[in-house]
Design a protein around this ligand. Structure first.
Ligand SMILES: Cc1ncc(COP(=O)(O)O)c(C=O)c1O
Length: 364
């Protein structure tokens, strides 16, 4: 019943926001439920969430009451404990005449660089210690043997993106993975040569697509199909994306969208837009390992264009006979020995997310 009320209430919000407070009073009086009756994270954009709460409280969007309400009702607030939060005085360019330097800062830079998970340092120290004490034996010993360190955490990433372990590889930076995947999936022809991408895609995604088109001898002006939100709107509507795919489908070779828009926070409807995608590297640190995904149905039909020894089946990789025994699917796209010191912070970060949800990202 609570859910029904909540949905009804939220539906009304879109059409009748002016009567919101009145409706909330009705719910409290008639149904005698707690005043916390909706989850602002149900909103379709951060702006809408702020509007929901400011309407509910009857105060302005920028009022501190809105922030306090959001903090108080945030189901994920306990996760704060698991990160290193910088103190105000430690941040560069802090004017200590204006602020209390002993306070923890309020941190908004989630996409550009998330906070350090507390376990990152412990895991890195474990590997440095193992290296110091056992040298080459570290390749096959310890909790994170360097020869298959990334394999020990792939399941965690797979759980977050709702994939199977074998469909995910943790390797390289995101742009490198994008290029490796585009080399296999972007097969332009005179008729079908376009890449559908959003206008404000992350710059590296934009450059990757532009350079791949040029690399194949096509003209980005003709082959980049760039989507903008409707005039006066900030985010793309799923219906518009689907309509473009429908209209331009015959000329589109690849549809390239991130899962979450890095600037607006828009969660794209991946299932509706595309069946394959990529996942960024959560809080693994600057230049951290990225993930890549290929659906298992393509495991044997799509091959990597470029090879390295880490794409070789692990059981025979070290026979060093120069006869490639390629792993199927995304595993075969691995090129280099994984940097174990980057596996450590990614592990710390994925463990936080894992405790947090245990469910695929989209459900959150
Ligand atoms: C959507 C997206 N694409 C590409 C990148 C670039 O990542 P990398 O430096 O690992 O290539 C980022 C970095 O934040 C990103 O958010």
């Amino acid at each position: 019943m609570f859910k029904g009320v909540k949905e009804h209430f939220t539906d009304r919000l879109y059409v009748e926001s002016a009567t919101l407070t009145e409706y909330e009073r009705f719910i409290q009086l008639e149904l005698k439920i707690s005043p916390v009756i909706m989850d602002p994270f149900d909103a379709r954009s951060p702006r809408e969430a702020l509007e929901l709460v400011s309407n509910l409280l009857g105060c302005s969007l920028t009022s501190s009451e809105v922030a306090t309400y959001l903090d108080k009702n945030d189901e994920l607030k306990h996760l704060r404990e698991q990160f290193m939060i910088p103190q105000v005085a430690e941040l560069p360019s802090t004017d200590l005449k204006l602020v209390d330097g002993t306070k923890e800062c309020i941190y908004f830079a989630g996409n550009s660089l998330g906070l350090q998970p507390k376990m990152a340092k412990t895991y890195i120290e474990e590997e440095l210690d193992k290296w110091a004490k056992t040298g080459v034996h570290g390749h096959v010993h310890g909790t994170r043997p360097w020869t298959w360190a990334e394999n020990t955490i792939e399941e965690l990433m797979a759980n977050i993106v709702g994939a199977k372990g074998a469909e995910v590889a943790l390797m390289n930076g995101l742009t490198v993975n994008l290029h490796l995947l585009l080399l296999s999936f972007y097969k332009p022809t005179a008729k079908r040569h376009k890449v559908l991408i959003e206008d404000k895609a992350f710059p590296s995604d934009h450059y990757a697509v532009e350079s791949q088109i040029q690399f194949r001898g096509y003209d980005p002006k003709r082959s980049m199909l760039i989507m903008k939100p409707r005039p006066g709107e900030e985010v793309l509507r799923t219906e518009d994306i689907l309509e473009t795919i429908d209209k331009e489908g015959d000329s589109i070779a690849v549809v390239l969208f991130s899962g979450v828009q890095y600037y607006t926070g828009q969660l794209f409807d991946m299932a509706a837009i595309t069946k394959a995608g990529q996942q960024k590297y959560v809080n693994s640190g600057a230049g951290g390992l990225a993930g890549a995904f290929i659906h298992e149905k393509n495991a044997h039909s799509v091959k990597p264009a470029l090879l390295g020894w880490w794409g070789h089946d692990l059981t025979t990789r070290f026979q060093m006979d120069n006869k490639m025994d390629l792993l199927p699917g995304i595993g075969g796209y691995r090129l280099s020995n994984q940097p174990v010191l980057l596996v450590c912070p990614l592990q710390a970060s994925l463990e936080v997310k894992y405790i947090w949800t245990g469910h695929p990202l989209e459900e959150e």
